[in-house]
Design a protein around this ligand. Structure first.
Ligand code: KG4
Ligand code: ZN
Length: 337
């Protein structure tokens, strides 16, 4: 069974073809970052319109890469939620239309289930159960994954997502949008002893996160110390240290509480070198295994949607006749297969 995957939940158009036996055949992602950069954040209407422009040409490109024609596609999977409603509708309409036109079944996929199962696109995939830390521009969640569709959210952010905090602080430091990677780069030149940011939530029990206080702290620090080059780097360094420590402490606690020995990192913030290093050290100390899907599968992509769609179609799931998207969609509503 060969499945075409379509991801359009936010500002990336991701297309892929996944084969139940041969694995991932081809994939391609187009990112809209340049379109949204001048507005300092994702503009939903511009996102939807750009998905309309890019999705079909990308599908043609991916079919060509895989050296396949549409007759080789046995099913279509698209992201049904959560995400921006207009952007989701573009993918859903396209997916359902192709399904009707090609006479193949379609399935709407949960975007976060895609992220949680993205490690199965890699040759060294974890076995169930494992703990997953989802850290992106929209999410900061700790999830216990016991099988496909068997997810328990152990911790979530009470306010900003980790990537959002990176982006907002980067904006404050005049690093452009999305500035997470630029902030991380700048932090390398920072002096860790100059500023000490609070460590949100780590002295409280539980596995939830909170990052909006860090942004406020960064703002106050800028007000007091200005924005010369060294100060910017020092703030970036102290901010990153606080985020990394908060994430690492909660991951350690979650491993301890669940007794799990496998940790998967997904989402764009997983690209952060300091975070990778800190989690690597923490896991080593505990004798736990750490998994990072390659970066292009950590961030939004069509491959994870095609993979999940393939598993669910193989299990006999199909979309009903109406075209629905769920901008909000708790993971707990998913069915185990
Ligand atoms: O998963 P992702 O590509 O997209 C969505 O959130 O939809 O994650 C993007 C987020 C952005 O907030 C970006 O600033 C952050 O990941 N990011 C980083 C780094 N690279 C990307 N944050 C910290 N350090 C990085 N190296
Ligand atoms: Zn995502």
């Amino acid at each position: 069974m060969r499945i075409l995957g379509i991801e359009t939940s936010c500002d990336e158009t991701g297309i892929a073809i996944y084969d139940a036996h041969a694995g991932l055949l081809a994939h391609s992602t187009y990112t809209q970052t340049a379109i949204h950069a001048e507005f300092g954040g994702v503009v939903p209407e511009l996102a939807s319109r750009d998905h309309v422009r890019k999705a079909v040409p990308l599908i043609e490109e991916v079919l060509k890469k895989a050296q396949l024609t549409r007759q080789a596609i046995d099913g279509v999977a698209y992201t049904k939620g959560p995400g921006l409603v207009g952007a989701l509708l573009v993918g859903a309409m396209l997916g359902r239309t192709l399904g009707f036109a090609w006479g193949v079944p379609t399935i709407g996929v949960h975007h976060l289930e895609g992220h949680l199962l993205a490690p199965f696109l890699e040759p060294e995939a974890p076995s169930f159960p494992f703990l997953a830390l989802l850290v992106s521009g929209g999410h900061t969640e700790l999830v216990k994954v016991e099988g496909i569709g068997r997810y328990e959210t152990l911790g979530d952010t009470l306010d900003d997502a980790a990537g959002e905090a990176f982006d907002k602080t980067a904006k404050l430091l005049e690093l452009g949008y999305p500035g997470g990677a630029a902030l991380a780069k700048l932090a390398e030149r920072g002096r860790p002893e100059r500023f000490h940011f609070p460590r949100p939530m780590i002295d409280r029990p539980g596995l939830d996160f909170s990052f909006s206080g860090l942004k406020t702290f960064a703002m106050q620090t800028v007000k007091q110390h200005g924005l010369d080059d060294q100060t910017k780097a020092d703030i970036a360094c102290a901010f990153q240290e606080a985020v990394v420590e908060a994430l690492t402490v909660k991951c350690r606690r979650a491993l301890q509480e669940t007794g799990l020995q496998r940790l998967v990192i997904a989402g764009g913030v997983g690209a952060n070198t300091a975070l990778r290093h800190a989690l690597g050290e923490m896991c080593k100390k505990r004798g736990a295994a750490l998994y990072f899907p390659r970066l292009e599968f950590c961030t939004d992509n069509g491959a994870m949607i095609a993979y999940v769609g393939c598993q669910r179609l193989l299990a006999g799931e199909r979309e009903g006749l109406s075209v629905e998207v769920y901008p909000r969609w708790p993971l707990s509503e998913l069915k185990a297969i």
